[in-house]
Design a protein around this ligand. Structure first.
Ligand code: FE
Length: 337
């Protein structure tokens, strides 16, 4: 895409005068992988002429932004999980962003009321159930998982993993801390083995006959189906969207936040508006089999084939606040022990 003529002329003038070139750019720190981000940044640059520089991080986002302080080149932070978004916000590293476009594109339960973080896609925390050993309708709620009828039949990853803590925070939201403690004890008593491995590892265990149901995020079904080695695991299970007895299905988000130091604030806002646009959400959601959240958008056909669900209607900031309590309870009941 050619840049607007005025920019090109300004740049040419700046060069001829020996002044620094004011490039139109935006800088992103991302916990999300290049294959998910690249199609979006390419589309954004094509539409706006603004170059996007992405630093892909595995960990240490908060530490890095803190160390860089006011001199940080980062404008935006891209990550999954409300806990990670909340972590950056709580460290005082973000700024509130207000925009009619953002408000129109992002339902209110998926953004910070003060605008410090904005959701882009959701993923549901679901039950993978053995096709052979679990009848349809046998498990329908998260509360069910603590029922003794599942004794020795559940597999899950560590209770201290962020996905697990998000769900436990939701249990606290619905049942209070005492109720959540009882639930954790009940689930622990039903485990077929000590928590280990990742979400896909639990489905593998179902395929291998070690357990009958497991907890996992929706998009792992798509990832398993794409992997020749894991396809059989995926095909051994049905997807069940459990709900809370008095609520919906637990979801978490991927989202974006603007850093406090953002040197390219205007471009960063443009990119946030672009990322939340229905078209961009669709690209982003499809890349990892997630759910777009803008009004009028739909997931891709594979994701749709898993069925429909009603997301729990708790604001995710509420869950972020309960995560400390969730971790404490998980340790108190020695969930992984
Ligand atoms: Fe994941």
């Amino acid at each position: 895409m050619t840049r607007p003529l005025t920019t090109a002329l300004l740049s040419a003038t700046a060069i001829s005068l020996g002044l620094p070139v004011l490039a139109e750019e935006v800088n992103v720190y991302s916990y999300r992988q290049p294959e998910l981000i690249k199609p979006l940044t390419d589309a954004f640059t094509a539409e706006t002429g603004i170059a996007v520089n992405v630093a892909y991080l595995d960990k240490g986002m908060v530490e890095r932004l803190t160390a860089e302080g006011d001199r940080s080149p980062a404008d935006l932070v891209l990550t999954v999980d409300i806990s990670r978004l909340a972590e950056v916000v709580e460290a005082g590293l973000t700024q509130p962003v207000e925009s009619d476009t953002l408000r129109a594109n992002v339902p209110s339960i998926y953004h910070d009321p003060e605008g410090h973080w904005w959701g882009l896609t959701t993923r549901a925390r679901i039950i993978y159930a053995s096709k052979e050993r679990v009848a349809e309708g046998e498990v329908t709620t998260y509360e069910d998982l603590a029922d003794p009828k599942w004794e020795g039949r559940i597999c899950t990853r560590s209770g201290t993993n962020s996905y697990s803590l998000g769900l436990t925070a939701a249990v606290i939201h619905h049942h209070g801390e005492d109720g959540a403690k009882t639930w954790l004890e009940g689930v622990k008593a039903n485990l077929a083995r000590k928590p280990e491995g990742n979400d896909r590892g639990q489905v593998r265990a179902i395929w291998a006959g070690e357990c009958d149901i497991s907890l996992g995020n929706t998009y792992y079904m798509a990832q398993m189906l794409k992997d020749p080695e894991q396809q059989a695991w995926a095909e051994s299970v049905n997807i069940v969207f459990p709900t809370f007895e008095d609520g919906g299905t637990h979801v978490n988000i991927s989202g974006v936040a603007m850093t406090k130091a953002a040197p390219n604030r205007d471009n960063a806002l443009k990119m946030m508006e672009f990322l939340t646009s229905p078209a961009a959400q669709q690209i982003y959601a499809e890349a990892n089999a997630e759910y777009p959240i803008a009004p009028g958008t739909e997931p891709d056909d594979l994701v749709k084939s898993w069925g429909e669900f009603t997301a729990d209607d708790v604001n995710l900031m509420e869950l972020a606040k309960l995560r400390g309590a969730a971790l404490r309870l998980t340790e108190t009941v020695d969930f992984d022990g």
